[in-house]
Ligand binder design. Structure first.
Ligand code: SF4
Ligand code: SF4
Length: 117
Protein backbone atom coordinates (compact mmCIF):
# COMPACT_ATOMS: atom_id res chain seq x y z
CA UNK A 1 0.00 0.00 0.00
CA UNK A 2 1.53 3.30 -1.07
CA UNK A 3 0.57 6.14 1.23
CA UNK A 4 0.59 9.51 -0.45
CA UNK A 5 0.53 13.14 0.52
CA UNK A 6 -1.13 15.46 -1.98
CA UNK A 7 -0.02 19.09 -2.08
CA UNK A 8 -2.80 21.36 -3.32
CA UNK A 9 -3.20 24.85 -4.74
CA UNK A 10 -4.52 26.98 -1.90
CA UNK A 11 -6.36 29.18 -4.41
CA UNK A 12 -8.20 26.30 -6.10
CA UNK A 13 -8.78 23.58 -3.50
CA UNK A 14 -12.38 23.58 -2.33
CA UNK A 15 -13.11 26.72 -4.38
CA UNK A 16 -12.97 25.63 -8.04
CA UNK A 17 -12.31 21.98 -7.23
CA UNK A 18 -14.65 21.11 -4.39
CA UNK A 19 -14.26 18.56 -1.62
CA UNK A 20 -11.30 17.01 -3.42
CA UNK A 21 -13.74 14.49 -4.87
CA UNK A 22 -11.69 14.18 -8.04
CA UNK A 23 -8.49 13.10 -6.31
CA UNK A 24 -10.33 10.72 -4.00
CA UNK A 25 -12.12 9.20 -6.99
CA UNK A 26 -8.91 8.84 -9.00
CA UNK A 27 -7.08 7.22 -6.09
CA UNK A 28 -9.99 4.84 -5.42
CA UNK A 29 -10.06 3.80 -9.09
CA UNK A 30 -6.30 4.03 -9.58
CA UNK A 31 -6.70 6.41 -12.50
CA UNK A 32 -4.50 9.25 -13.69
CA UNK A 33 -1.21 9.48 -11.83
CA UNK A 34 -2.46 6.91 -9.29
CA UNK A 35 -2.42 4.17 -11.95
CA UNK A 36 1.26 3.59 -11.14
CA UNK A 37 0.45 2.02 -7.76
CA UNK A 38 -0.72 -1.51 -6.96
CA UNK A 39 -2.56 -0.10 -3.96
CA UNK A 40 -2.76 3.53 -2.93
CA UNK A 41 -4.18 5.51 -0.06
CA UNK A 42 -4.35 9.27 0.39
CA UNK A 43 -2.86 9.70 3.86
CA UNK A 44 -2.69 13.49 3.92
CA UNK A 45 -3.47 16.60 1.91
CA UNK A 46 -2.07 20.06 2.50
CA UNK A 47 -2.01 23.44 0.82
CA UNK A 48 1.08 24.68 -0.99
CA UNK A 49 1.73 27.43 1.55
CA UNK A 50 -0.22 29.88 -0.64
CA UNK A 51 1.20 32.46 -3.03
CA UNK A 52 3.99 33.39 -3.54
CA UNK A 53 4.82 29.72 -3.23
CA UNK A 54 5.98 28.83 0.28
CA UNK A 55 5.94 25.13 -0.50
CA UNK A 56 9.21 24.09 1.16
CA UNK A 57 8.50 25.47 4.66
CA UNK A 58 4.95 24.14 4.42
CA UNK A 59 6.14 20.64 3.56
CA UNK A 60 8.74 20.74 6.32
CA UNK A 61 5.94 21.36 8.82
CA UNK A 62 3.69 18.70 7.34
CA UNK A 63 6.35 15.99 7.31
CA UNK A 64 7.42 16.84 10.86
CA UNK A 65 3.79 16.40 11.95
CA UNK A 66 3.49 13.16 10.02
CA UNK A 67 6.54 11.81 11.86
CA UNK A 68 5.14 12.96 15.18
CA UNK A 69 1.82 11.22 14.48
CA UNK A 70 3.46 8.06 13.10
CA UNK A 71 1.98 8.54 9.63
CA UNK A 72 4.12 7.11 6.84
CA UNK A 73 4.30 9.08 3.61
CA UNK A 74 5.71 7.02 0.74
CA UNK A 75 5.25 9.55 -2.05
CA UNK A 76 4.25 13.15 -2.56
CA UNK A 77 2.00 14.31 -5.40
CA UNK A 78 1.69 17.87 -6.57
CA UNK A 79 -2.03 17.99 -7.27
CA UNK A 80 -3.60 18.59 -10.64
CA UNK A 81 -4.83 21.86 -9.11
CA UNK A 82 -1.21 22.98 -8.90
CA UNK A 83 -0.63 21.92 -12.49
CA UNK A 84 -3.64 23.99 -13.56
CA UNK A 85 -2.46 26.98 -11.52
CA UNK A 86 0.91 26.71 -13.20
CA UNK A 87 -0.47 26.39 -16.74
CA UNK A 88 -3.44 28.75 -16.63
CA UNK A 89 -2.71 31.28 -13.90
CA UNK A 90 0.33 33.08 -12.60
CA UNK A 91 1.51 30.47 -10.14
CA UNK A 92 5.08 31.37 -9.13
CA UNK A 93 6.05 27.76 -8.45
CA UNK A 94 8.12 25.95 -11.08
CA UNK A 95 6.67 22.48 -10.58
CA UNK A 96 9.51 20.48 -12.09
CA UNK A 97 12.07 22.37 -10.02
CA UNK A 98 9.92 22.11 -6.90
CA UNK A 99 9.56 18.36 -7.44
CA UNK A 100 13.35 17.99 -7.60
CA UNK A 101 13.89 20.12 -4.49
CA UNK A 102 11.23 18.25 -2.50
CA UNK A 103 12.52 14.84 -3.52
CA UNK A 104 16.08 15.83 -2.70
CA UNK A 105 15.25 17.38 0.68
CA UNK A 106 12.82 14.76 1.97
CA UNK A 107 14.09 11.65 0.17
CA UNK A 108 10.71 10.70 -1.26
CA UNK A 109 9.47 10.30 -4.81
CA UNK A 110 7.51 13.27 -6.09
CA UNK A 111 4.90 13.02 -8.85
CA UNK A 112 3.57 16.04 -10.72
CA UNK A 113 -0.21 15.68 -11.04
CA UNK A 114 -2.98 13.49 -9.71
CA UNK A 115 -6.25 13.05 -11.66
CA UNK A 116 -7.11 13.73 -15.31
CA UNK A 117 -10.77 14.66 -14.95
S1 SF4 B 1 -6.77 18.56 -7.94
FE1 SF4 B 1 -7.09 17.09 -6.32
S2 SF4 B 1 -6.09 17.93 -4.52
FE2 SF4 B 1 -6.35 19.60 -5.98
S3 SF4 B 1 -8.24 20.58 -5.37
FE3 SF4 B 1 -8.73 19.10 -7.00
S4 SF4 B 1 -9.29 17.19 -5.97
FE4 SF4 B 1 -8.25 18.54 -4.45
S1 SF4 C 1 1.60 29.39 -5.21
FE1 SF4 C 1 0.62 28.43 -7.01
S2 SF4 C 1 -0.22 26.51 -6.22
FE2 SF4 C 1 0.14 27.88 -4.44
S3 SF4 C 1 -1.77 29.06 -4.11
FE3 SF4 C 1 -0.46 30.29 -5.46
S4 SF4 C 1 -1.17 29.71 -7.52
FE4 SF4 C 1 -1.86 28.09 -6.15
Amino acid sequence: MSKVLIVTCSKIRDINCVACLKCFKASDLKEGEFARYDEVKITAMCGCGDCPGLIMPKLTLVLEQADYLDRDIDAIHLGTCMVKASKTASCPINLEKAAEMISSKFGKPVVVGTHNY
